[in-house]
Design a protein around this ligand. Structure first.
Ligand SMILES: Nc1ncnc2c1ncn2[C@@H]1O[C@H](COP(=O)(O)OP(=O)(O)O)[C@@H](O)[C@H]1O
Ligand SMILES: [Mg+2]
Length: 118
């Protein structure tokens, strides 16, 4: 794991006149458990998508550990994201979903079980 930092991060979606996320400054320590909470539309998913990579920040910087990943491709960030709906396999348990990306990365089954243990 690694620390995460949002430094004055902003995203305005194309065609929009208002920022979906504005001046987000947040530091999360290595190993810290953090849950963003807020009303629908306040920018939680947009912030997570900027961290994982599918959405690119308009302004500001995002750091994973000491690395500035703001403009880095999602597959080069070594980070996984589970979506809350529509992208889950109904026959799998939560642990199976988390193990899926490890399996795709070629991690052996026993090793992936070890990595998933809290
Ligand atoms: N793909 C998109 N294109 C344009 N606007 C979007 C898009 N996704 C989200 N938004 C807008 O950005 C704002 C933040 O949305 P979102 O990050 O999904 O909020 P939350 O996850 O907190 O409910 C909302 O005003 C939403 O309508
Ligand atoms: Mg959301």
């Amino acid at each position: 794991m690694a620390s995460i930092a949002f430094d004055q991060v902003e995203l305005t979606y194309p065609g929009s006149t208002t920022a979906a996320v504005k001046d987000l400054g947040l530091e999360i320590e290595d190993g810290e458990f953090m849950v963003p909470v807020g009303p629908a539309g306040c920018g939680k998913s947009t912030s997570l998508r900027m961290l994982a990579g599918p959405e690119e920040a308009t302004n500001g910087r995002i750091l994973i550990g000491a690395e500035d990943v703001t403009r880095r491709a999602p597959e080069d960030r070594d980070i996984a994201m589970l979506f809350q709906n529509y992208a889950l396999y109904p026959h799998m348990r939560v642990a199976d979903h988390m193990a899926f990306s490890l399996r795709m990365a070629g991690v052996q089954k026993d090793a992936s079980g070890e990595r998933l243990r809290p």
